[in-house]
Design a protein around this ligand. Structure first.
Ligand SMILES: [Fe+2]
Ligand SMILES: [Fe+2]
Length: 279
C-alpha cells in the first residue's frame, strides 16, 4: 500500500452514491472476497517506486496497463445498443432507454476530450509513457501481457456482445475500480518520479497528467454515478431486476483478471531487482 491507503479505503465513501443497498453491498463484498487479487494490485503499485526501471520493464507496464483502461470503443458500443433499443420502443420506455444511453455515453466525455480542446486520454497516455520510455516501441504487441490482452477482449465482449445489463454492470465496476486504482497509481508514480527522475514540477505534472485527470475533480466517481443511473433506467425500461449473483461473479472476475495482470507486472519488477543484485 502507498501512503497507507488501500483500494477498499478509497472505494468505501464512493459506495454512498449507490441507492440500491444490495448493489452497494455486493460491490463492497466483491472487494472483500477478492482480497488476494486486491493485495496483488496494491503490491504492484507499492513496488513501482523501488527503482528506476529499465525501459524494457516499463514498456511492459505501459502497454499492459493501457489494455486495462481506455474502453471508449466499448462504451460507444454499449450506448449504441441502448439507443437501438430505444428507437424500437415508445413512450416512457423509449425515453428511459435514450437517457440510459446518454448517461452511459457520459463516461467517455473526458476520454474524447470534449471539454479539453479535443485532447483525448489516448494522447495523454502517450505523453505519460513518453516521459519514461523513449520512442514508441512500448506500443508493440509484444509488450502486452496475454492476461492484459484477454482482459481487453473480455471487457469488449461484456459491453458489446453480452446482455446489455452485463455491459452496464461491467462499466459500473470499471468506473469505481478505476477511481481507486488511479488514486494508488498517482501516489506510486509521483513517488517514482520524486525518487528517481529529475523532472521539474511542470514536467512532473505533464508526465502524470493522464493519471491525475482521472482523480482530480472526481472524474471517475462522476462516471460511476452516471452509469449506475443508466443501469437503473435500463432496468426500469425493460422491467428487469438486478441479478445480484451474476453481478457479484462479474465484479470478482474483474478483480481476479486485474490481479493476474498486476501480479505479472510485479514479478517482472522482482526479477529485474534480483537480476540487478546478482549481476
Ligand atoms: Fe480516461
Ligand atoms: Fe471513467
Amino acid at each position: 500500500m502507498i501512503l497507507n491507503v488501500s483500494l477498499l479505503d478509497i472505494i468505501r465513501p464512493v459506495l454512498d452514491h449507490v441507492a440500491d443497498e444490495t448493489l452497494k453491498q455486493v460491490l463492497y463484498e466483491s472487494f472483500i472476497e477478492s482480497s488476494e487479487s486486491v493485495t496483488k494490485i496494491e503490491q504492484c503499485f507499492s513496488n513501482l517506486p523501488a527503482k528506476r526501471w529499465p525501459e524494457e520493464v516499463l514498456s511492459g507496464f505501459f502497454n499492459s496497463w493501457k489494455a486495462s483502461h481506455l474502453k471508449m470503443l466499448a462504451i460507444y458500443g454499449l450506448s449504441c445498443r441502448l439507443q437501438r433499443l430505444a428507437l424500437a420502443s415508445d413512450g416512457r420506455r423509449r425515453e428511459q432507454l435514450f437517457i440510459a444511453a446518454a448517461r452511459n455515453g457520459e463516461t467517455s466525455y473526458e476520454d474524447l476530450g470534449l471539454d479539453a480542446g479535443g485532447k483525448t486520454h489516448a494522447e495523454l497516455y502517450d505523453r505519460f509513457a513518453a516521459a519514461f520510455v523513449s520512442g514508441s516501441a512500448w506500443r508493440l504487441e509484444q509488450y502486452c501481457l496475454p492476461d492484459a490482452r484477454g482482459f481487453r477482449q473480455w471487457i469488449y465482449r461484456n459491453m458489446v456482445v453480452d446482455d446489455i445489463g452485463v455491459g452496464l454492470l461491467t462499466n459500473i465496476f470499471s468506473e469505481i475500480y478505476n477511481h481507486a486504482e488511479y488514486s494508488l497509481a498517482l501516489a506510486a508514480f509521483s513517488e517514482l518520479v520524486d525518487r528517481h527522475y529529475d523532472f521539474s514540477a511542470d514536467q512532473k505534472s505533464q508526465a502524470l497528467g493522464y493519471i491525475s485527470v482521472h482523480v482530480d475533480g472526481d472524474t471517475e466517481v462522476d462516471h460511476f454515478r452516471v452509469v449506475v443511473e443508466a443501469f437503473e433506467r435500463y432496468n426500469e425500461a425493460i422491467g428487469g431486476a438486478t441479478d445480484y449473483g451474476r453481478a457479484r461473479n462479474l465484479f470478482k472476475e474483474y478483480l481476479a483478471r486485474l490481479g493476474c495482470i498486476m501480479e505479472a507486472l510485479r514479478l517482472t519488477m522482482k526479477r529485474e531487482m534480483q537480476g540487478a543484485q546478482s549481476g
